[in-house]
Design a binder for this molecule. Structure first.
Ligand code: CP
Ligand code: NVA
Length: 301
């Protein structure tokens, strides 16, 4: 059975550090492995993307491989044929499958039936490559710590869930500031709470979430597939905007992160996003390096 990354908790803590180590060495150009030489990778997108699509395609080429971009217009996953049959067929052509889609269960079913590694490039539930890249970015920018204080403020979505998945395997002081009905996934929260080395706080008070934090993180209030709910969500989440006033509660050298794309003026203000504490474009760059490391890791295990 090949190794896949459907969610961060598919990796152990040691394996996460192995991926970070590979990422750092590739980014510094100390190593340039080409484990995809002579292979193709299917990049399946049933949602839009800038960062994930381009960083995967470039990363696959840099690992020696050939990306094949496929949208749901062609394959109609689970509709034209079963997810299991699509997994079996794609495995005959390509050495790896990267997929961005709605249902987490489709990604897990692909992983069950494919004979090649699957990489989750975002579902409604999680966004593992993003948060592995983000934690790597935090390691680059913050002084070493046994347990970073990370405050996620805004919608309890796929990005918040992946931070919680990370907290279930490595020590994190992770706070979520969000409204009563925009909470992260309760099962994922329970698994994070089960890690005795992590501290998890879910609060409706954005200042309590951000207090003395090393990282202040936000994401859009209405994710892909929910854009019709944008005004409703904005009404619920307006007090969770990351702005200059909220940043006063964080540690003085805190960094500001956002997975992007941002809706400037909604979940984050221009002065914060463009200010000296923002590392949002380093985060975007690190998607390339971390995904190369994830692919190299999966192909070698
Ligand atoms: N952060 C991120 O995944 O961006 P895209 O949706 O543009 O891929
Ligand atoms: N939560 C956002 C992340 C985009 C990278 C979404 O799912 O649209």
């Amino acid at each position: 059975m090949p190794r896949s990354l459907c969610r961060i908790s598919d990796l152990s803590a040691d394996e996460v550090h192995e991926v970070f180590d590979l990422c750092a060495r590739m980014k510094k150009k100390e190593i340039a492995p080409r484990p995809l030489e002579g292979k193709s990778v299917a990049c399946v997108f049933t949602k839009e993307s800038l960062r994930t699509r381009v960083s995967f395609e470039v990363g696959i080429a840099e690992l020696g491989g050939h990306p094949v971009y496929i949208t749901d217009r062609e394959i109609k996953l689970g509709e034209r044929e079963s997810v299991a049959d699509a997994a079996r067929v794609l495995s005959r052509y390509v050495g790896m499958i990267m997929i961005r889609t709605f249902k987490q269960s489709d990604v897990e079913e692909l992983a069950r039936y494919a004979s090649v590694p699957i990489v989750n490039g975002l579902t409604d539930l999680v966004h593992p490559c993003q948060i592995l890249g983000d934690y790597f970015t935090a390691l680059e920018h913050l002084p070493p710590s046994d347990r970073f204080k990370v405050a996620y403020v805004g919608d309890g979505n796929n990005v918040a869930n992946s931070w919680l998945n990370l907290a279930s395997i490595i020590p994190l002081d992770f706070r979520v500031g969000t409204a009563a009905d925009t909470q992260p996934d309760p099962e994922i929260v329970a698994r994070a709470n089960a890690n005795p080395e992590s501290r998890i706080l879910i609060t409706d008070d954005p200042v309590e979430a951000v207090a003395d934090a090393d990282v202040v993180y936000t994401d859009v209030w209405a994710s892909m597939g929910q854009k019709h709910l944008a005004e409703e969500k904005a009404a619920k989440l307006s007090k969770y905007q990351v702005n200059g006033s909220l940043m006063k509660a964080a540690a003085p050298n805190a960094i500001v992160m956002h997975c992007l794309p941002a809706e400037r003026g909604r979940e984050i203000t221009d002065d914060v996003m463009d200010g000296p504490q923002s590392v949002v474009f380093d985060e975007a760059e690190n998607r390339l390096h971390i995904q190369k490391a994830i692919m190299a890791f999966l192909l070698s295990h």
